[in-house]
Design a protein around this ligand. Structure first.
Ligand code: ADP
Length: 186
């Protein structure tokens, strides 16, 4: 399923493994320590190779932790991309501790990193919806709204955002949210 903005930028939904989808930049769902973990982070480091963690070690020695809502950029090692943006999603408690704003900030920060690097195609996983426990339907609405909002001005260098959803349940949640945000246009 996909949605195209009036000026031709595209938001596409795909079911699959993000390490297998070519893009200029692949977004990772990282943790504040940038220390590696399971889920999509584990898959990205396995497929990308050790150079990505070496770069993160350097970044960590410069900035310490990356707060929730932020993201840092590295190269992509063996992945089919130029960059990996390691975004730190919020841990979900009850939705009343700033989680929606922090989750939106992850997507916006990655889009800004992309814009400043001349990235045309960026792929996202469903940040925070695994171990961090964000309910899929709410996370989907926030993620899609933020990217669609980013595409409102016609002069963005980023042209395509691909959400690579791991499993049918995640895909269906994003498809339902996209239909609701853009009724009759997907
Ligand atoms: P978080 O800690 O931000 O919740 P997780 O990695 O636990 O991060 O989960 C985030 C989302 O990534 C979940 O929806 C999970 O199903 C999904 N995921 C796990 N592996 C992959 C993969 N290889 N490609 C895309 N998405 C993945």
């Amino acid at each position: 399923m996909q949605w195209t903005s009036p000026s031709g930028q595209t938001v596409a939904l795909r079911e699959g493994d993000i390490t297998r989808v070519a893009a200029d930049a692949i977004v990772n769902a990282a943790n504040s320590a940038l220390a590696g973990g399971g889920g999509v982070d584990g898959a990205i480091h396995r497929a990308g190779g050790p150079e990505i963690m070496r770069e993160l070690d350097r970044i960590r020695s410069e900035i310490g932790q990356c707060p929730a809502g932020g993201a840092v950029a590295t190269g992509a090692g063996n992945l089919p991309a130029k960059y990996v943006f390691h975004a730190v999603g919020p841990v979900y408690r009850d939705g009343r501790h700033g989680e929606p704003e922090l989750l939106a900030s992850c997507y916006r920060t990655c889009l800004e990193l992309a814009e400043s690097r001349g990235v045309e195609t960026i792929s996202f996983p469903a940040i925070s919806t695994g171990v961090y426990g964000y309910p899929l339907d709410r996370a989907a609405a926030i993620a899609l709204r933020e990217v669609m909002r980013y595409f409102a001005p016609p002069d963005r260098r980023v042209r395509t955002a691909i959400f690579v959803l791991f499993g049918r349940r995640a895909y269906d949640a994003f498809a339902a949210a996209l239909k609701e945000l853009a009724p009759g246009r997907v």
